[in-house]
Design a protein around this ligand. Sequence first.
Ligand code: ADP
Ligand code: 5GP
Length: 192
Amino acid sequence: MGGKSGIVIVVVAPSGTGKTTLINRLKAEFPQIKESISYTTRYKRSGEVSGEQYFFISKEEFENKIRNDDFLEWAIVHENYYGTSKQFLFDQIQNGNFVLCDIDVQGADNVKKYFKDQAQVIFISPPSLEVLRQRLEGRKTESQDIIEIRLRNAKKEIQRKDDYDYLVVNDDLDQAFYKLKEVIHKIIGDKN
Ligand code: ADP
Ligand code: 5GP
């Protein structure tokens, strides 16, 4: 695609690490960063609103979008479909914006393959699997079965932690946020 000039900031983390918590803080601190809202077939958690955290759609609607080539990338994560809108990302990048994608490792690999250095991937790691289990159980948004699926996937995802542009460990929340802000300043500064 010609004339593209923005930056895609991809944040990856095993489920329960604290990625949403950190991203919410980032959004407040960096209003110039636009968030890509993914499409998903997973159930809506209490308090979630379609068009805010995700566009919640049916499996049939998602499969139609795959056929229409609407996604820059899509993946099955924890047994549900998730996908990134191609149109949104292209529009933002062509306008020179910073776009934040909260996606899994498969999505990060595909975005990186497409955008190369124009995509910067930050891996957020939990301090340990034990702490991750505590956070997932403490959040109380998933059943024990789903928590076990997410923990099994986390073991595989954590093996990828050194494969990306930046690594931030979310042990103490304030310290992790400070480190994340440093990384974002570096990415944004590198561009300006
Ligand atoms: P994710 O988006 O990565 O799945 P969340 O942001 O929903 O994770 O966080 C999972 C749970 O862990 C939430 O209950 C959140 O309040 C809590 N949490 C996040 N970061 C920390 C931290 N550094 N220390 C303790 N608890 C945390
Ligand atoms: P959750 O169901 O907890 O919101 O998200 C589960 C996982 O799916 C997280 O790792 C999240 O980053 C990932 N995810 C969310 N949207 C997308 C997407 O559009 N593409 C991909 N590949 N993963 C996504």
